[in-house]
Design a protein around this ligand. Structure first.
Ligand SMILES: Nc1ncnc2c1ncn2[C@@H]1O[C@H](COP(=O)(O)OP(=O)(O)OP(=O)(O)O)[C@@H](O)[C@H]1O
Length: 258
């Protein structure tokens, strides 16, 4: 495990973002390190998805800064974030149901042979990417619409990381999955960590967060109010930080103003 003294792969400093009069983020700060999984928890409306969308270039910051490997960056589009090595799997997955697994994974960069899509190369690439993250998905020629929720999540993760991203952002990767599928997604997250990626994972599933994160960041009212090591931190403490029963590290004057 890389120590927290190393320069973070991804860092957000004092990020604020409002939508009209609604302040979704109010000075949120966060660091994600290579070879670690950072779990992000918080109640509905705490600002988790907004933060992820800032990190993935969908929203721009009103104020604050974003650093990759210690260098300041500005994302004006999701492409900017992808070019900086950030792979994002949004909650809706954005897969095309009528297309097969291999095509979904290659969308945007279909391998070609002359005028035509090189089907054999595409299938082989998809299989390779799935093998690389140790995913067990039966056939790459199966339409995505016929796959289970867990398999779709895995395809979406594989597609996101296929371009060798160093940083992987996941929004609720186990929402609505059964026990076995949740476990498989967890294995893939563990594998991404073994491959020294920085993984940031939003989840409401406390058991999953504790099992697969190294560090847990708790968001409340648009801020990261605490970060705790997953190992050795009581679950009740994290729940207290989520609800506000435990104050966290937010300065008193800010907490009082919220
Ligand atoms: N596009 C938007 N327009 C207006 N308000 C928004 C928008 N996106 C988020 N918000 C508001 O910002 C606040 C934070 O929302 P956000 O979705 O980031 O929270 P969250 O922690 O991800 O919640 P959930 O767990 O319910 O997804 C909420 O009050 C939400 O209503």
């Amino acid at each position: 495990m890389s120590g927290n003294t190393a320069t973070p792969a991804l860092e957000l400093r004092s990020a604020s973002k409002s939508f009209g009069r609604v302040a979704a983020l109010l000075g949120a700060s966060l660091s994600a390190h290579r070879g670690q999984v950072l779990g992000i928890v918080g109640d509905n409306g705490a600002g988790k998805s907004t933060m992820l969308k800032i990190l993935s270039g969908i929203y721009s910051l009103d104020s604050g800064s974003l650093l990759i490997d210690g260098r300041g960056v500005v994302f004006n589009s999701p492409k900017d974030a992808r070019d900086a090595g950030i792979a994002t799997v949004q909650q809706d997955l954005a897969l095309v149901e009528v297309l097969d697994v291999a095509t979904n994974m290659a969308l945007g960069s279909l391998p070609r042979k002359g005028l035509f899509v090189d089907r054999a190369a595409m299938n082989q690439q998809a299989r390779q990417v799935l093998d690389d993250i140790k995913a067990t998905v039966g056939s790459v020629t199966m339409p995505v619409g016929l796959l289970s929720g867990g398999q779709r999540q895995i395809i979406a993760i594989a597609r996101a990381v296929r371009l060798n991203a160093d940083i992987v952002l996941l929004d609720e990767p186990t929402a609505a999955l059964g026990v076995r599928e949740t476990a498989h997604v967890g294995e893939i997250i563990d594998e991404l960590k073994r491959q020294n990626k920085a993984v940031v994972c939003i989840s409401h599933d406390m058991e999953f967060v504790f099992e697969h994160s190294d560090v847990i960041a708790v968001m409340r009212l648009g801020r990261v109010v605490a970060t705790r090591p997953a190992s050795g931190t009581p679950r009740e403490e994290v729940i207290g930080l989520i609800t506000g029963a435990i104050a966290g590290e937010v300065p008193a004057e800010i907490e009082g103003a919220a």
